[in-house]
Design a protein around this ligand. Structure first.
Ligand code: PLP
Length: 235
């Protein structure tokens, strides 16, 4: 087994343990392996160990990796999630190449992604990014704006509204990690009453805080360095 495969197994074990601690079914949390800054070989090593869903932050890097890993047979039929900031002039390659987008924070971006989504690919799965830590983070819609933005996403013919995503301010203390995730869960549960069971995704938790996120109901955790190792460039 490669180092990546060993670390992937350890992360999967940690998710199962956190689910048990939360008295949640182990299958209720999906692992998104964040492969930004790592090459196609690293993705292939994880895919050989059974990992299917990968997250990318940078449009060109992601599109290049998707192209490099295309058409390798059913074992490598991968699902690609865009999780980085979105500039409005970069929506087209995202709409054309990715399966999911976690970082919609403005209606204009949702409209463009829908207009540019090729019909043959089916709807693009979308989460609305929430600025749950307030001033500390510049990304995401303010909690009071999230419902209107989610409605706008739900109106787009080529988007499928799936849920919410957040990147809270990093914290070492477990209780401080947990508080913003708890706030996300409340917002998620309230909106789920409105949008129904198709609104099924709460994307939160990274290498350093995934246990707190799973305890507060994350359905997707986005984990990079704990699987692929430390990144030598970018964040
Ligand atoms: C980089 C990144 C991750 C993964 O972070 P790690 O700390 O390496 O697990 C998750 N989500 C987003 C949005 C990221 O940019």
């Amino acid at each position: 087994m490669s180092g990546i495969q060993e670390r992937l197994q350890a992360v999967e074990n940690a998710i199962v343990a956190a689910c048990a601690e939360a008295r949640r079914p182990a299958g209720g949390v999906k692992l998104l392996a964040v492969s930004k800054t790592f090459g196609p070989d690293a993705v292939l090593a994880a895919a050989e160990a059974g990992q299917r869903a990968f997250g990318e932050n940078y449009v060109q890097e992601g599109v290049d990796k998707i192209a490099a890993l295309k058409d390798r047979g059913p074992q490598f039929a991968l699902e690609w999630h865009f999780i980085g900031p979105i500039q409005s002039n970069k929506t087209r390659p995202i709409a054309e190449h990715f399966d999911w987008v976690h970082t919609v924070e403005r209606e204009k971006i949702a409209v463009r992604l829908s207009e540019q989504r090729p019909a043959a690919l089916g709807p693009l799965n979308v989460c609305v990014q929430v600025n749950i830590s307030g001033e500390a983070s510049k990304s995401g819609a303010a909690p009071e704006e999230v419902e209107a933005l989610a409605e706008a996403v739900a109106r787009q013919p080529n988007l499928r509204l799936r849920g919410l995503m957040a990147i809270p301010e990093p914290a070492d203390d477990f209780a401080l990690q947990r508080a913003p995730f708890a706030a996300m869960r409340e917002l998620f549960e309230r909106l789920r009453e409105k949008f129904g069971p198709g609104f099924d995704t709460l994307s939160m938790g990274m290498s350093a805080d995934m246990r707190a996120a799973v305890l507060e109901g994350a359905t997707i955790v986005r984990v990079g360095s704990a699987i692929f190792g430390a990144r030598t460039y970018h964040k």
